[in-house]
Structure formats: structure tokens, C-alpha cells
Design a protein around this ligand. Structure first.
Ligand code: BTN
Length: 259
């Protein structure tokens, strides 16, 4: 069941941020909010500009996958960021965004969701949210998709995805969740920009991480490692102890738990 359509006026009235979401573009249907935000950024839209869609016809996911974005059931959003830090630090944005989503969902619903490094939010290992930062010269598009009021998923996603409605057995008001998310994200983003470091956020990132102590396989385009997760470090890297005892770190990659 869908709640009311997202209304920029309603969001603006309820939002307590200074920068994020102060300018809003809301659409009924888009190919992808990340693509629309990129066009807006290229024509000079300022930091914090928010693009929302009720539905995405071809939402973008990681690794060239698509993101299931049915009408009125999720939060499909992109923010234009213009961080004055070296763009190599952009992967840290995924983690601080994951942390912000976790805190917003916990505060709004009480559901004890976790961050699955580097950019998912999960409940009982099923994905509730994905984050897709796309780095361009001079700006970053930060895409966030949250499965809110879905009652079901296509068969191929059933074993890996879930929604807040499925887990809570009730629907969730999207505007409230969106406002909490933008407020959390603004606090964490500016704390990160102040020092160019994740350090002030690390304790919470570790506390809410689903992977600490787990044995995982991390795959990147040119390498694969299997080991036990022993930390997430100041740069946002996943730190593994391999079977050989050697320590390996990853800044990006796809992680699968090995049971
Ligand atoms: C992932 O693969 O986990 C990342 C998914 C990111 C999906 C969101 S939905 C809003 C924004 N616009 C897009 O096209 N993708 C992101």
C-alpha cells in the first residue's frame, strides 16, 4: 500500500536541515534519480539539491545492475554534493550514508537494522537499502534507495531483499523517514568534511556493522580475498585477516558472508 505522494512543500515544512534538501525536484516517474541529478549538477544546481521520484523506470544499482523501484513504495532519491575533499575519499560517503540510513530507520521505526559494508542497509541479511555514490568532476551524486512499503518482490529478489513494511507488518510514512534521513546525513556529512575523516563516526559504524567478526569473501574486478573481518578503519576500508595471517584491506568490492 502506498502512502501519500511525496510533496516538496510538506517536506520543506518538516525538514530541519540547512543545506541538504533545501532545493527539491520531485517527479512522478524518472529513468533514474541519479541521472536527473547529474543533469541538474552539470547545469549548476547547488550542493544539497534533492531529486525524488515516485518510480524509477531503470534505477541504477552497483555493478551495472538495476534497482527495483516500484511506484509510491520506496524512497528513491539523489543528492548533489560538492565536497571540498579529495575525491579518493568519496567511498567514505557510502559508509556515512549507510550509518545515516541506519540511524534514521532505527529512530523512526525501532527496527534494529545494520550496515553491510560498503553500502547496504540490511535486516537479517536481507537488503532494505542500497547507496550509489557516483563521482563526477566537481561533484558527487549520492543515490539512496530504501524499500519502504513493498508487500512483495519479484521472485529473483525474494531471497535477498525486504522492505520495512514486510518486517514491521505495517506501513511507514515516507516523508517522516526522509526528513530524519536528511537530518542525520547532514550532521554526518559535515562532520566528515570538517576533518576529512570518518574518525568521529567510526565507533557507530563499527557498532552497527553486520560483518564484524564474520568470515567473508570480498570480490573486486581484479582480486578476491577470503578472511575474517577484524575492523573498518579510518578510511572506511574493510580490514580482513586472511587464513595465512596476512592482513588485507579493501576500499570497495562485493562482500558475501561465508558460513
Ligand atoms: C545498490 O546496488 O545497492 C545501489 C542501489 C542504489 C539505488 C538508488 S535508488 C535512487 C538512486 N537513483 C538510482 O538510479 N539509483 C539510486
Amino acid at each position: 500500500m502506498a502512502d501519500n505522494a511525496l510533496s516538496p512543500d510538506d517536506i520543506a515544512r518538516r525538514l530541519e536541515t540547512k543545506v541538504l534538501g533545501r532545493r527539491i525536484f520531485a517527479y512522478d516517474s524518472l529513468t533514474s534519480t541519479n541521472l536527473a541529478a547529474k543533469d541538474l549538477a552539470e547545469s549548476g544546481s547547488p550542493e544539497g539539491t534533492l531529486v525524488l521520484a515516485e518510480e524509477q523506470r531503470r534505477g541504477r544499482g552497483r555493478f551495472e545492475r538495476w534497482w527495483y523501484s516500484p511506484k509510491g513504495l520506496g524512497l528513491w532519491l539523489s543528492l548533489i554534493l560538492r565536497p571540498q575533499v579529495r575525491m579518493e575519499r568519496a567511498p567514505a560517503l557510502s559508509l556515512l550514508t549507510g550509518l545515516s540510513v541506519v540511524k534514521a530507520i532505527r529512530a523512526d521505526t525501532g527496527l534494529p537494522v545494520l550496515i553491510r559494508w560498503p553500502n547496504d542497509v540490511v535486516f537479517r541479511d536481507k537488503k532494505l537499502c542500497g547507496v550509489l555514490p557516483e563521482v563526477e568532476p566537481g561533484f558527487v551524486i549520492l543515490g539512496v534507495g530504501i524499500n519502504v512499503n513493498h508487500c512483495s518482490f519479484p521472485p529473483e529478489l525474494l531471497s535477498i531483499a525486504t522492505s520495512l513494511r514486510i518486517e514491521l507488518a505495517r506501513s511507514v510514512e515516507r516523508t517522516e523517514l526522509l526528513c530524519r534521513l536528511l537530518q542525520e546525513l547532514e550532521r554526518n556529512y559535515f562532520s566528515f568534511l570538517d576533518g576529512g575523516e570518518l574518525t568521529p563516526l567510526l565507533a557507530e559504524i563499527r557498532e552497527f556493522s553486520s560483518l564484524m567478526g564474520k568470515t567473508v569473501r570480498v570480490s573486486t574486478v581484479d582480486q578476491e580475498s577470503l578472511g575474517q573481518v577484524i575492523d573498518i578503519n579510518e578510511e572506511g576500508r574493510l580490514v580482513l585477516r586472511l587464513a595465512s595471517g596476512r592482513i588485507a584491506t579493501h576500499i570497495a568490492g562485493e562482500v558475501r558472508e561465508v558460513r
